[in-house]
Design a protein around this ligand. Structure first.
Ligand SMILES: [Zn+2]
Length: 285
């Protein structure tokens, strides 16, 4: 399988006399939902997502949440959606990675699902969506367990012009949480939604990775993020299939940053974040 960005090497090869080609990156998409890929079963959806990802040169897909989407999922829905993901991951455990989806309002259920899917299962992170703002006190025991497991914690964040959902976290909320848990492997989802504000706010939480999934392939976002944080804090995610792999990769491939920075953003940084837990599980050689 060729895990190389289309045109990656040719971009440099066009430069006459270029002698310092960087290795093409292994691309990891840190944000994929199988719910919007075609297929009657989780396995079929995973196969379809992998088919398209392969065409785009993407090596690994980090997937989370199942279907249907529910703003405040019940314990049964949470278990069912995590089961969907576990089934999908079995299609290709090397290429389909997963984060366990939890509803923090149900603390005991969340801790149990983390143990079931990460400690006893193959998942490597936690997905937090819009059931509860991440300043909620239940986040403390969840993050303590995640930190102990060296698991990633993906927190959806947004600043909506029309107003956030009651349980929807802002980047400011994530800064508050990160200050309580500076050792946690937190990821700020969607660059804060309104990315210009998200960038400014996330300067206050240097331990948090900045993920640029979703929205239109706006020019300038990647360059600004690299200028503010350095390339090591910025990670690629697509939010596929709600967004296409191509439009989201274009934010990075078309950015005016050097190839080493692109390589880190497209795969190196999320790989580094997940290396301890994946090594402990024997998932990385
Ligand atoms: Zn998403």
């Amino acid at each position: 399988m060729a895990a190389v960005a289309p045109g990656w090497l040719s971009l440099r090869a066009e430069e006459p006399g270029s002698s310092n080609l960087v290795s093409p990156p292994e691309i990891w998409d840190s944000h994929v939902h199988l719910s919007s890929f075609a297929g009657a079963t989780p396995e079929a959806r995973a196969e379809e997502a992998l088919r398209v990802a392969t065409r785009m040169g993407i090596a690994r897909l980090i997937t989370f949440m199942g279907w249907p989407f529910a703003l405040t999922p019940t314990p049964e829905q949470i278990r069912e959606q995590n089961d969907q993901l576990l089934a999908a991951m079995r299609v290709d455990p090397r290429r389909v990675l997963g984060y366990v989806y939890v509803n923090p309002l149900d603390l005991e259920g969340s801790l149990n699902e983390i143990r079931r899917c990460i400690v006893d299962g193959p998942m490597v992170g936690i997905k937090l969506w819009v059931a509860a703002r991440c300043t909620h006190e239940h986040l403390d025991p969840i993050l303590e367990l995640a930190t102990e497991l060296q698991a990633a914690i993906y927190q959806h964040t947004w600043i909506k012009t029309t107003g956030n959902l009651p349980g929807e976290s802002t980047p400011q909320d994530l800064v508050t949480l990160a200050k309580r848990h500076p050792e946690a492997r937190l990821i700020c989802g969607h660059s804060g939604g309104t990315w210009e504000l998200g960038l400014r706010i996330m300067q206050q939480a240097p331990s948090v990775m900045f993920e640029i999934a979703g929205a239109d392939p706006t020019a300038g976002i990647t360059e600004r993020a690299v200028a503010e944080f350095g390339a090591r804090r910025v990670i690629f995610g697509s939010d596929a299939g709600g967004r296409s792999f191509a439009t989201q990769m274009a934010k990075i491939l078309g950015a005016e940053i050097d190839d080493d920075a692109k390589s880190q953003i497209l795969g190196g940084n999320i790989r580094r974040l997940l290396t301890p837990i994946m090594q402990a599980k024997g998932m990385l050689s």
